[in-house]
Ligand binder design. Structure first.
Ligand code: 5GP
Length: 143
């Protein structure tokens, strides 16, 4: 079945264009990473390619090399920055899978032994907490 077209007004397209704010931790020519506003745990980060696609299913394969290079950088940074025991990587495609924002993105979530994930798109985190967490990740990316 054909996919729904890419919507240029989705929330991540607006974040990429700078029309709405985000706590950015990383940016290069192809990829941006910023804090998830409804984190499933402290340090939950989203890694987003600048090129428009709805999700993995319609993305150009050339997107994935640069995207997953940054996923690895951010995964290492959150593990270091939060002293995590592990890192969960998640990526959803279409509503049946749990996707709620229709611009391809990868979730990077620090994990701690014995601590379950909070629900997907649960409560909003305080901006000051997101800012502090973003700073930890920026510092780890630079070390
Ligand atoms: P999906 O369900 O599409 O895989 O994940 C979308 C993610 O985007 C969710 O984890 C949700 O918390 C997050 N999110 C939704 N709206 C915003 C927003 O305006 N800013 C940021 N930074 N994250 C958002």
């Amino acid at each position: 079945m054909a996919q729904t077209a890419y919507d240029t007004d989705n929330i991540f397209a607006k974040i990429l264009r700078g029309e709405i704010p985000s706590h950015r931790v990383y940016e290069d020519e192809a990829v941006v990473a910023f804090m998830d506003v409804m984190p499933q745990g402290p340090g939950h980060t989203l890694v987003v390619p600048k090129s428009p696609s709805r999700n993995l299913l319609d993305a150009d394969p050339s997107t994935f090399g640069p995207l997953f290079t940054v996923v690895q950088k951010v995964a290492r940074a959150v593990k270091q920055g939060f002293g995590a025991d592990g890192v969960t990587i998640m990526q959803f495609n279409e509503p049946a899978s749990g996707q709620t924002v229709y611009h391809l993105h990868v979730h990077v979530i620090p994990r701690f032994d014995g601590t379950p994930l909070k629900p997907h798109t649960g409560g909003m985190e305080k901006p000051e907490v997101l800012a502090q967490n973003a700073e930890k990740i920026r510092a780890a990316l630079q070390s």
